[in-house]
Design a protein. Structure first.
Length: 65
């Protein structure tokens, strides 16, 4: 999805949650922002609330259960 189509908004996170996300994102070679989007897309797909309308981006091809 081109960046011009992305919706920007502020997100407040508990510092411990943010630290855990930073570490997890680094382990996956992603930015925190990209990792949050990855996790949200994965959860939305699993819940049947987001149709796979595009090929997976780099790093999304591998399903992790």
């Amino acid at each position: 999805m081109p960046s011009k189509d992305k919706k920007a908004f502020p997100l407040r996170l508990d510092p411990d949650v943010h630290r855990a996300l930073e570490k997890w994102a680094a382990d996956e070679f992603r930015s925190v922002n990209a990792h949050i989007e990855f996790l949200l897309r994965e959860a939305l797909r699993k819940a049947g609330r987001l149709k796979p309308d595009r090929p997976p981006a780099a790093g999304e091809a591998e399903e992790r259960e």
